[in-house]
Design a protein around this ligand. Structure first.
Ligand SMILES: Nc1ncnc2c1ncn2[C@@H]1O[C@H](COP(=O)(O)OP(=O)(O)O)[C@@H](O)[C@H]1O
Ligand code: SF4
Ligand SMILES: [Mg+2]
Length: 335
């Protein structure tokens, strides 16, 4: 058995927490004899305490990648990777018992719509206390005290009273704060926030993102922040990866990528931003005609070629590999 020496249970700052090499996700389907190749050769890593922004239009494979990292993609999925290590554990080899410790314990997730993620028939107290008790060895009284403390940490006033509320009694922003409290209740090393503000009003969006950022710093927590808006990641994450049709097309430090986007898709995403933080998800971007191809209707060659203004003949007939963080044969010219 592989033995790894870790002096403390807590990973040190700047240590790699998550390392994914050549992750491929396929879906079995009754209609196709061959499984559909959804996510292709995804490689990325995340340090302890770092926030990685993941950007791309709907259908880029952002959520299925996250669900794979949480071990909840379902039986129709086939996951293959050269490496998928989290906190020195191979996620591809975990037993269900080990997953129960990792999922919701060491890795937590907040979803787009808090109202669908919370159980409408159970009080905040029940849901929060049960989550704490499932992962932390403590009494019910201690779990309740922790729940009150967590609600106050996420900016909920009169937290003891709010514990008694049912989800329908909460506003969207308040419900998302409860979801965040649940997600951080087990002191996860990694928080995956999958479009956490898309369902919220524009003013609340920024508050929630600032809350996630402050918790990341305070708890030295790693965060994968998924959004369709490059503006959001430019404000909050240290690094960005841009996904298109199940592939990473560009990845770089946020400042570098925003200042000088090399990939025509990244350039298009930036150009299509009307202003500050977006309010609605888009299936079609104004400056990039067309939509993300379905995984079972992929174009030959570069996946972006039908929409790309830089496309040339050599883009149409070969698989484009990612090199130095860029998957493109004819990048945008430097200004
Ligand atoms: N169980 C599944 N079987 C087949 N295809 C799936 C399954 N789950 C997701 N997909 C495909 O993956 C596509 C998008 O993946 P998703 O990760 O949700 O994209 P994003 O989060 O970037 O919008 C869906 O449009 C769908 O075609
Ligand atoms: S490889 Fe070609 S088609 Fe693809 S993004 Fe680059 S220029 Fe466009
Ligand atoms: Mg999604």
């Amino acid at each position: 058995m592989l033995s790894i020496h870790v002096s403390k249970s807590r990973t040190k700052m700047n240590d790699t927490l998550l390392n994914v090499e050549n992750l491929n996700i396929f879906f079995k389907s009754d209609k196709n004899p061959e499984p559909i190749h959804a996510v292709r050769d995804l490689s990325f890593s995340l340090k302890q305490g770092e926030m990685l922004g993941v950007v791309g239009e709907s259908g880029s494979g952002k959520s299925i990648t996250n669900l794979a990292l949480m071990g909840i993609l379902g039986d129709s999925a086939i996951i293959k990777a050269q490496e998928c290590t989290f906190n020195n554990k191979n996620l591809l080899n975990l037993s269900e018992k080990e997953w129960q410790k990792v999922r919701g314990g060491e890795i937590s997730m907040i979803f787009q719509d808090p109202m669908t993620a919370l159980n409408p028939f159970l009080t905040v107290e029940f849901q929060l206390v049960e989550t704490i008790l499932a992962h932390i060895d403590c009494s019910k009284k201690e779990a309740r005290e922790r729940a009150i403390d967590l609600l106050s940490q996420v900016g909920i006033t009169s937290p003891a009273d709010r514990l008694k509320a049912y989800p329908f009694e909460l506003s969207g922003g308040m419900a998302q704060r409860v979801m965040i409290a649940m997600a951080i209740s087990t002191s996860p090393k990694l928080l995956i926030a999958d479009e956490p503000t898309t369902a919220l009003d524009v003013t609340i969006q920024k508050q929630i993102l600032m809350l996630i950022k402050s918790l990341q710093i305070k708890n030295n927590m790693s965060v994968i922040l998924v959004t369709h808006d490059l503006g959001v990641v430019s404000e909050f994450s240290e690094r960005v990866q841009v996904m298109y049709a199940g592939e990473i097309v560009e990845t770089a430090e946020t400042k570098k990528l925003i200042t000088y986007p090399h990939h025509p898709y990244t350039y298009g995403l930036l150009s299509s931003r009307p202003g500050a933080i977006e309010t609605k998800p888009k299936s079609e971007l104004p400056s990039i005609p067309g939509i993300v191809p379905a995984f079972h209707h992929r174009p030959a060659g570069c996946q972006f070629n039908p929409r790309c203004t830089n496309a040339q003949n050599d883009c149409l007939n070969q698989t484009i590999i990612i090199e130095n963080g860029l998957r493109c044969l004819h990048p945008m010219a430097e200004k």
